[in-house]
Design a protein around this ligand. Sequence first.
Ligand SMILES: [Zn+2]
Length: 464
Amino acid sequence: MAGPLKMILALSLAGGLLQAGAPEEAAARLKADAALLTAEASRSDHGYTTLASLCDDVGPRLSGSPAYDRAVDWALKAMTDAGLRNVHKEMVMVPRWERRAEAAQVLLPARHELSLLGLGGSVPTPPGGLTADVVVVGSAEELAAMKDEDVKGRIVLFEMPFTGYGPMVRYRFSGPSMAARKGAAAMLLRSIASLSFDTPHTGVTHYDEGVPKIPAACVSVENAQMMRRMWARHERIQVHLEMNCETLPDVPAANVVGELVGSGSPGEVVLVGGHLDSWDVGQGAQDDGVGCILALESAYLIHRAGLKPRRTVRVVFFANEENGNRGGEGYRDQHRAELPGHVAAFETDSGNGLAQGFTLELHAPAGGPEPDKARSLALLRTLGPVLEPLGAGRLDLGHSGVDVEPSVLAGVPGVGVRHDVTHYWEVHHSRADTFDKVNAADLKRNAAILAVAVWGVAELDGRF
Ligand SMILES: [Zn+2]
């Protein structure tokens, strides 16, 4: 089927036509606008230099820290400088966890300094640390099968190969309580990473109600494999672990919001966001500095190209994705009355690998009708002709993003950016997540893709 004919058919299937005029005209206009945005992206270094400033001048920015407050000030200026209007912050209360000094050594069978990062939210060790023998397990089932007396008072190390983030993150989140139920004194986890140069990868952990809270940390893949080899040789593994982290009372933080106000339907909002907070190591470049910058660039490029969106494009930098999601929840609560006017909420939070497409997530609002997913997907796919030439034509149903999820579960259509994550897990949540790993050409391409998609949805006649 010829391109234009296919598009007309898709448009009529979707039950929605692009704004005004015949479908051919609308399609031609969208194609011309996409060309403008792509050209603007290719000649601009704005995104790359803005990300460098976030990474270098603000640095790591765990929410609840003074660095996060600096990030908020930085973001207010960056949005204003990019030409956004109504730039402001929206307060939310966030957890405050401080890492402080931490270290661990293998004492037996030979001394080794371990490369370690405490997990976010972990309790500290007793002052002076704890010394205990290590039990190495490869799964929850393996741990459950052990006698309690063989685990009691010991340090449980979960050591399993990287098979993807999903299968392993459950151990980072629930591992401490799994180990504590068997009487363990602490939990160590092989870092969730697809490549390692002795770099540990942190992330948030959690304690189940009614189970003792034990210190929890990740060690580098190399360290975990070494202890696995010692275990396989039936050697006694003794480790000294000291962590001085602390959870303090919640503190105020903020989401940062700016807009291109819609020229025709300003009450209809196309949200595009990432999370401003990062872990407290590295620079939060891929996670999720890039996401914030791409969200900002999508609006900046529309503005620079001289295009005026019919609907409001609202850029949101969310607080506290990493250890609480209070930013996403706060946005939903503070904007509850206008959520029905949200046409879509885009989120990009999986690094700077080339975007291959988008995933649409739909839920019924409380007490509302079930969404017509097939109709909505067909409507999204009307953007295929302008996204396919950019390599981003994979448009399917799927997950959108953690920050927008509270709003999406309340009925706002969520749109996730489907990045190539081949290299994302190499740096994610580690000291290696720094600006130098961000490819400038890929950033330009991703900015063009997101700008075209956001523009397309802002102009669509019809809603998901
Ligand atoms: Zn993230």
